[in-house]
Design a protein around this ligand. Structure first.
Ligand code: DHB
Ligand code: MG
Length: 219
């Protein structure tokens, strides 16, 4: 089984189940043109986020890590016209591209981009209405901080997703010196031991190689 086989199966599943959306596809093209990192969620994972938002009935979504707003648009399509997404992006020039992509996808009125580091922006949200759904997809080193804020900014029943928990299987390496592996392991330890969360995770193979996603609910 080669990585190529995973990609072919992903492409087949995406073609069969995901379909096409001009706003999403334009956002990807714009992100590529701007030479932003090629690390957005795959189409199948974007659709999973979309379905999880719909299945949970979430109206207020918090996203940490906007990039080109590809995942943001997927979730914005799911919250509906009365829903709202707060998405946090550290880099102003990336936020500007994300804003253009949200405008083009016709969801800008239901999304607010907050520009700044998560560690600086999240404390400003503590008095907001609770979030129903939190998607954590930013610097992996800060994952435990982001989970702590997810618990504080959510409510019982809030869904919390952590992207990229597989890291090519490196998560089993307790001696890893890779700060992203260390941050990911810390997040998984927290999800397993912090009584505020009930969680699972699954590994994924596909367009993005061997990775995974954690899914939790706030108790
Ligand atoms: C990386 C980050 C991501 O959010 C992702 O989806 C894939 C890779 C990274 O920084 O390596
Ligand atoms: Mg990611």
């Amino acid at each position: 089984l080669t990585p190529h086989a995973f990609e072919a199966a992903d492409a087949y599943l995406a073609e069969t189940l995901v379909g096409h959306d001009d706003g999403l596809e334009h956002a990807l093209a714009r992100q590529r043109d701007a030479a932003l990192p090629d690390i957005e969620v795959s189409p199948l994972s974007g659709k999973l986020l979309h379905l999880l938002v719909r299945i949970s009935g979430a109206r207020r979504v918090l996203e940490i890590g906007t990039l080109g707003a590809y995942s943001t648009i997927w979730m914005a399509r799911a919250v509906g016209p009365d829903g709202h997404i707060t998405t946090i992006e550290a880099e102003p020039h990336i936020a500007a591209i994300a804003q253009e992509n949200l405008d083009r996808a016709d969801v800008a009125e239901r999304v607010e981009i907050k520009i700044g580091r998560g560690a600086d922006v999240l404390p400003t949200l503590v008095d907001a209405e609770p979030y129903d759904f939190v998607f954590i997809d930013a610097d992996k080193e800060s994952n435990t901080l982001y989970l702590d804020y997810a618990a504080r900014l959510g409510r019982s029943g809030t869904v919390v997703i952590v992207d990229n928990i597989g890291r090519e299987g490196e998560i089993v390496n307790a001696d890893s010196t890779d700060s992203m592996v260390i941050g990911t392991r810390a997040a998984l330890d927290m999800l397993g031991s912090d009584a505020r969360f009930d969680a699972t995770a699954f590994q994924t193979v596909g367009l993005k190689g061997w990775d995974g996603t954690a899914i939790a609910v706030i108790v």
